[in-house]
Design a protein around this ligand. Sequence first.
Ligand SMILES: CC(C)(COP(=O)(O)OP(=O)(O)OC[C@H]1O[C@@H](n2cnc3c(N)ncnc32)[C@H](O)[C@@H]1OP(=O)(O)O)[C@@H](O)C(=O)NCCC(=O)NCCS
Length: 213
Amino acid sequence: MSGARIDLVATPHGRCVLVSAADDLAPVESVLHPDEVAAALTMSPVRRRNFILGRHALHLALRDPDLAHGPVLTDERGAPILPVGRTGSISHKGDVAAAIGGPAERGFLGIDIERAAAPRLDIAPRILTERERRSLPANAEERGRAVTLRFAVKEAIYKAVHPVLRRYVGFTEVELDAAGDTFTVSSALPLVIDVAWTEHQGLWLATARAIPR
Ligand SMILES: CC(C)(COP(=O)(O)OP(=O)(O)OC[C@H]1O[C@@H](n2cnc3c(N)ncnc32)[C@H](O)[C@@H]1OP(=O)(O)O)[C@@H](O)C(=O)NCCC(=O)NCCS
């Protein structure tokens, strides 16, 4: 038992696991693989906390609490190295880490969580195309929340496409069109991408699935 608080959120891409813990991370660390604990020891305190909570969330998302698949270490671009045949992704915000994972045969998954509030700086020009910016709500508060949501969705996409592309993907390489409660995704990337989002306890929780064309 890690002693952490665990929330499960159902999404079209499968179950997301959200983990938060009190200050003492030792019980959470005790359920990680020794190689993950060793990796965490090299990190700054904030980074270490994020890493530990994220790894715990990912093992739960992969339904591998006993670590039969071994450690999930980090590749040269910062992405988690998943066991063969699995996909999975991690995000953190404040005291919460979120993860999604499962078999890779139905595509690669990405996740992102962000505060469901306007960003401190106007990031819209950096992360949205002109066409996307034109479709934002006029009201300033609603516009800000809509920008943060699109940011979360695009970061989830970035994590989902990483196992195939293994390169930086710019925010304007992908366009989102609002379609009811979700977005349709267009891009020149060699992947079919679908996304989903929900609001959970003040956070945007965005997930993406990428399937090679
Ligand atoms: C990598 C990036 C998406 C991480 O997002 P973030 O909001 O800074 O941080 P999060 O807490 O949400 O996510 C961090 C986790 O992302 C994962 N991650 C990092 N780099 C990754 C990559 N290249 N591919 C997939 N996952 C990655 C890691 O699991 C990391 O957690 P960990 O170090 O504990 O394992 C972001 O820093 C970035 O570089 N974005 C620019 C590119 C982009 O998003 N383009 C949009 C294209 S549509």
